[in-house]
Design a binder for this molecule. Structure first.
Ligand code: SF4
Length: 406
């Protein structure tokens, strides 16, 4: 069967291009920068343009700007140990190259600590750089993936306080009805996203993980907008057709693999091509599940607090992370998993040795660990990664036979 082009990708590129091109251009409209783990529906409901330095740095990495930007940031004083998203962002703020010419100056910063504490220091630096408001929402640590009542109250209190700070910046009273509408749009997009991931587990895989990662932009940056709903409704419809037709997006699926941790964006394509030589396909990525959220428009603050505190795995126990990832591997009928031990993202790389051991022990699924970085190519070796992949693939048949005989 001839390879099909995923039509929704063109829509995603259009929507994301317009998003960056239009941000900060409407007179009187305020600009916010936020961390991806922050409930930015609060800002969208206040008619702000919301930008995400993490997404912008990832795009810089995919466009092969990582080395230049990281070197610029280090020359300006940042350590090579600092997250390369942070380094890339500082370099762009200092005039370094960006596919979009940088991001418009923020009026307010929105930072949440669910992912890591690097974001806190990073956003403090941005606040000093631009002299603007910084709102920090502290997300408590969870052991079980279930949030306690007092944690929920603590976050809701901070979101109410954040709304008062937003009112001070916009000079307008906050419209809670508008927030309900925005959360309803966010819920619709997230529901489509969840269904798309469920369809993505079909064998053969109707779309590749590269397709999913390319189409991740709107659920990250445009939550709470009709544009995001349009993208994921289109993607969902396209996937339903592909599943009905039994379409195999990556052709032969000799080995179905799951990716863990943020990819090395600058080398994702070459890694996928190398895997394809062995009939190995990345059919899913644990990272994609961070955006599956069960929002309730009639209780916007409570549901935003609960979901944003429990859907990323960085503020959960390693045991909970292992259970969640084990479920994904089973749902996708995976033959193996590749963990990216990400030099920059220590938060998401914590517990990877436990994850590797437990997944192999509980499910009999081989797990490969490769070293790299999501934005800094100097911390990545293509030869090393490919050598490890080759050795890993050789063991997959034996592991599959052992699982079948167990
Ligand atoms: S360390 Fe990880 S979670 Fe923190 S800013 Fe970097 S990529 Fe994001």
């Amino acid at each position: 069967m001839a390879a099909k082009i995923l039509q929704t990708t063109a829509l995603t590129h259009k929507v994301m291009g317009e998003y960056y091109a239009c941000a900060g251009k409407t007179p009187g409209r305020k600009v916010a920068w936020a961390t991806v783990g922050m409930p930015t529906e609060l800002l969208v409901a206040a008619d702000m343009d919301v930008l995400f330095p993490e997404n912008h740095s990832a795009t810089c990495s995919a466009k092969q700007l990582g080395t230049k930007l990281c070197e610029m940031a280090e020359a300006a004083g940042l350590s090579q140990e600092t997250c390369s998203y942070t380094r890339a962002d500082l370099a762009v703020r200092l005039g370094g190259p960006s596919p979009y010419g940088g991001m418009p100056k923020p009026d307010i910063l929105f930072c949440c600590t669910a992912s890591c504490t690097t974001v806190l220091k990073w956003f403090q630096d941005i606040a000093r750089h631009y002299g603007c408001e910084l709102v920090v929402v502290d997300m408590p640590y969870n052991f079980s993936g279930q949030i306690t009542d007092h944690s929920l109250e603590y976050i809701v209190y901070q979101l109410e306080e954040a709304i008062r700070r937003i009112e001070a910046v916009t000079g307008k009273p906050y419209d809670m009805k508008k927030l309900e509408q925005v959360v309803a749009l966010s819920k619709t997009a997230s529901d489509y996203w969840r269904k798309i991931l469920e369809l993505g587990a079909t064998k053969p895989s109707p779309l590749t993980t590269t397709d999913m990662l390319i189409n991740l932009g709107p659920i990250t940056c445009l939550r709470g907008t009709q544009a995001a709903v349009d993208v994921y409704s289109s993607l969902h419809d396209e996937m339903q057709v592909r599943v009905r037709e039994g379409y195999a997006a990556a052709g032969e699926e000799r080995y179905r693999l799951i990716w863990d941790n943020i990819p090395f964006w600058f080398a994702l394509g070459s890694t996928v091509r190398y895997l394809s030589q062995f009939g190995a396909v990345l059919v899913g990525a644990t990272y994609l599940f961070h955006w599956v959220r069960k929002l309730e428009p009639h209780a916007p603050l409570v549901s935003l607090a609960r979901e944003f505190c429990t859907t990323v795995t960085m503020n959960q126990s390693v045991a909970h992370k292992i259970d969640k990832i084990g479920g994904i591997l089973k749902a996708y009928q995976a033959d193996g998993m590749i963990i990216h031990s990400n030099r920059s993202c220590k938060a998401d790389s914590l517990g990877t040795l436990d994850l590797q051991r437990e997944i192999t022990k509980r499910l009999g699924i081989p797990v490969l660990m490769v070293d790299g970085d999501h934005t800094d190519p100097r911390a990545y070796s293509e030869v090393m990664v490919q050598t490890r992949i080759q050795a890993f693939i050789e063991g997959l048949d034996a592991a599959r036979a052992a699982r079948a005989g167990a």
